[in-house]
Ligand binder design. Sequence first.
Ligand code: GDP
Ligand code: IMO
Ligand code: MG
Length: 423
Amino acid sequence: MVDVLLGLQWGDEGKGKIVDFFAKDYDVIARFQGGPNAGHTLYVKDKKIVLHQIPSGVFHSNTINLIGSGVVLDPVVLKRECELVASFGVDLLKNLFISERTHLILPTHRALDKASELSKGNQKIGSTLKGIGPTYMDKTGRNGLRVGDLLDKSFVTNYIKLRLKHQRILDSHSFNEDIHEWEEEFFEAVELLKSLNIVNGEYFINQQINDGKKILAEGAQGSMLDVDFGTFPFVTSSNTISAAVCNGLGIAPQKIKDVMGVTKAYCTRVGSGPFPTELENETGEKLRSIGNEFGATTGRPRRCGWIDLVALKYACMINGVTKLIMTKADVLDAFDELKICTAYNIGGKNTTTVPFQMANLKIEPVLSDFPGWNQDTTKIKEFTDLPQKMKTYIDFINKETGVNVHYISNGPERDQLIPVPKK
Ligand code: GDP
Ligand code: IMO
Ligand code: MG
């Protein structure tokens, strides 16, 4: 069977840490969408690692890692990451597999991303500029090149054709940065990619399922960044929700069992776009500094705010979340007072529905107050030892979302994860 683990907010919920924790219980960890816009942080031997392309199970020698066909892959980022991971003694030929249908991010896709953002001025998305949007556009526009194409002798000819097409668009943006170095790096990295295990991803994963293997699909970004259901147009260019597991890996919906949704105990967002509970004040800054809220991919400061149950309930609904995992609960240790958003007030009316369009609306969050626990929880190992006030805070979230928190993360390290006993 296949379980899914994904983010329920605007990304950076701590998916990497949680996947790394669970990886020992799974035979395969598979990324099904997104690309190097993701930055998944985990700790190996006390060393902080940020993975962008390789699934977060890679440090477990008995776990296979699959980059699925729904992912977009930058060979340059992959090469860098392979070198990093291999320096920890990981044998990538044994435990990394890449679907031949995975679309390639070309140097010109990155240039197009940059040109597109520049042309948007103050309406920019705040993209990570990794070429994600243009690559998915070439996929749905039926122009893109895929990992399997690298093995074909016409690859360079097809690359040049696509590059010319891109160049015309870049010219129309008056974008004339020299990307020759990017191209050199690209072709060097392609050689490494060709030497890795390139497989037919859909047969590969279905064989694993038929063999009774346990599979965990690792999401990137978060549900509110989903291209269909997120805060469009301030979203990423892929479907980030559980439905995307099927077309991102080539598996049937009946194979999916648990959908584990990760939420922070509060909320963050990096990049532009609506964020109803954002705190543009000292409290927001306190969350940022205690939570060390700086982008794992771009280093940008993350916008911070209270947890938003309107968005969280919506995310639980569209994903079919069966288990919640709450991360960064420890970040709230030093607050006297906490707040939870239970509704949006729009034009004097309260609603618990995520509006079709948030960007041009003035949304006031309706907030419930909760007392802070004012206690260091980072060393606690058992649920029973957690402060009652934290339990009350979490109970409220359980009741409102209708899904229970099954794990509470109280620090960035692998062992800082507390299981919640069944009631
Ligand atoms: P991802 O993209 O969802 O994998 O999340 P990121 O790695 O981008 O961001 C999560 C950040 O929070 C990383 O720096 C993690 O090391 C850190 N982190 C994860 N869980 C916890 C936690 O429970 N407490 C604290 N303080 N930090 C955490
Ligand atoms: P992980 O997997 C947080 C955001 C960008 C921008 C928007 C579009 O680490 O949670 P893109 O580069 O996709 O064109 O950017 O989406 N974004 C993320 N924010 N975490 C991520 O990934 C993100 N990936 C993209 O900041 O607002
Ligand atoms: Mg991240």
